[in-house]
Write a protein that binds this ligand. Structure first.
Ligand code: SF4
Ligand code: SF4
Length: 137
């Protein structure tokens, strides 16, 4: 069942403001294998509203941006024609009840990824923490 379905028939979705499942998208990325790879991910996460997470050993990038069809009353504006990704989404194990799913790591800022690289790899990054806070939610 999609988030839009549940918004119609579940109190859970009514409490989820704004609809978490309609305010981001994510996709798998390669596990970093080199210093250049880590620098590339630092560059990506330096952009606003981007986070990176590891789930079951696989790396993903998450873009925190609201779907243009999420209406002000928290409903799907194209409910009848919503994509299959939305149709297949379920309330039973969704973002509302499982905030971080089974993420091993969720880097929400440049500094969080930088600290991980310093802690978990042999690459020597001399850069101190930037102090720039996360820009995703
Ligand atoms: S994240 Fe879960 S509770 Fe929130 S709108 Fe989507 S399906 Fe409903
Ligand atoms: S198409 Fe509808 S259900 Fe799918 S993400 Fe957008 S607002 Fe949510």
């Amino acid at each position: 069942m999609s988030s839009a379905d549940k918004k119609n028939n579940s109190s859970q979705c009514a409490k989820c403001l704004p609809a978490k499942c309609c305010t981001y998208f994510a996709f798998e990325i390669d596990e970093p294998q080199s210093r250049k790879d880590y620098e590339s991910y630092l560059w990506k996460i330096a952009h606003e509203k981007v986070s990176i997470y590891i789930q079951k050993g696989k790396w993903h990038i998450m873009i925190h941006t609201k779907c243009q069809f999420l209406t002000e009353d928290n409903l799907c504006g194209i409910y009848e024609y919503r994509p299959y990704l939305c149709r297949e989404h379920s309330t039973e194990n969704c973002e509302y009840t499982n905030d971080e799913y089974d993420f091993t790591e969720h880097f929400k800022s440049y500094d969080e990824l930088l600290e991980y690289i310093k802690r978990e790899t042999n690459y020597r990054f001399k850069q101190p923490p930037t102090g720039v806070p996360q820009t995703c939610f």
